[in-house]
Design a protein around this ligand. Structure first.
Ligand SMILES: Nc1ncnc2c1ncn2[C@@H]1O[C@H](COP(=O)(O)OP(=O)(O)OP(=O)(O)O)[C@@H](O)[C@H]1O
Ligand SMILES: [Mg+2]
Length: 246
């Protein structure tokens, strides 16, 4: 059974066909990279998979279960977790508080809740371990709005991974990171257990080719190609859209 089954998904935005009849299957444990030029429909696809946008038509199934009409929170409860191209942190809360809330899959910033979470030693230990792994410990007490953009991006990925998702959607996780930060994020993604299936949008081809089991190429809302790294690297149509898009 596929971890994720995308069948004939289309989405229009007032005359713009952002996605047209896109179908593909992702196997359990797979690392699937989604590539394609700007405006290809990659983020729209993730919005539809996560339940942020409805598809105009088509079906999405998570481990065989039809989730097409489920709201985002219900998909999250079934093990679907995502990051955003633009970070989605609680900027006024500290780094540690953001992690505590994610570990609880919390969706409230009410201070009584945080006070309780901060007293939960097991949870704190778990949060500390995660922050140490991401080299964010020294920032634990800083407000999320006060750490660097690269650190915010990393915190965003950490939060998405903290819930041990079954399927993790990462939208350009290395975008905006410093040269020193990219290898750390790559290493963490590589070390992620295979019981998490990963779909990742990535503009950097080196990163994409390095992490991918298979690659799906979108172009102008359509699925242009799909295959392993070798096949995509040697696909003349793929080369052409990248040369032609500059
Ligand atoms: N909420 C929206 N309202 C109207 N049009 C939208 C909306 N979201 C996306 N689009 C349009 O849909 C198309 C696909 O956009 P999308 O953001 O999915 O592309 P992308 O592949 O993620 O691009 P990028 O690489 O720049 O992030 C674009 O033409 C975009 O302008
Ligand atoms: Mg995008």
């Amino acid at each position: 059974m596929s971890a994720l089954s995308v069948t004939d998904i289309s989405r229009n935005f007032e005359g713009v066909q952002a996605l047209a009849n896109v179908s593909f299957e992702v196997a359990p444990g797979e690392r699937r990279l989604i590539i394609g030029p700007n405006g290809a429909g990659k983020t729209t696809l993730f919005n539809i998979l996560a339940g942020s946008y409805a598809a105009s038509s088509g079906r999405v199934a998570l481990f065989g279960r039809d989730i097409t009409h489920l709201p985002a929170y219900a998909r999250a409860r079934l093990g679907l977790s995502r990051t955003f191209q633009i970070t989605n942190l609680f900027f006024r809360l500290t780094v540690l508080e953001n992690v505590l809330l994610a570990l609880q899959a919390g969706n409230t910033t009410a201070s009584p809740v945080l006070r309780l979470l901060r007293q939960d030693r097991a949870l704190l230990a778990q949060a500390d371990a995660l922050l140490a792994r991401w080299e964010l410990s020294e920032h634990a007490g800083h407000a999320a709005q006060d750490i660097s953009y690269g650190q915010q991006r990393q915190l965003d990925i950490l939060l998405a991974m903290a819930v041990a998702p079954k399927v993790l959607l990462l939208d350009e996780p290395t975008a905006g990171l410093s040269a020193a930060e990219v290898p750390r994020v790559k290493a963490i993604l590589r070390s992620l257990a295979r019981d998490t299936t990963v779909l990742m949008i990535e503009h950097d081809m080196d990163v994409a080719f390095e992490l991918a089991d298979r690659i799906t190429v979108l172009h102008q809302g359509r699925l242009l190609a799909e295959g392993n790294v070798e096949a995509i690297r040697n696909n003349p149509q793929v080369t052409e859209i990248y040369l032609g898009s500059d």
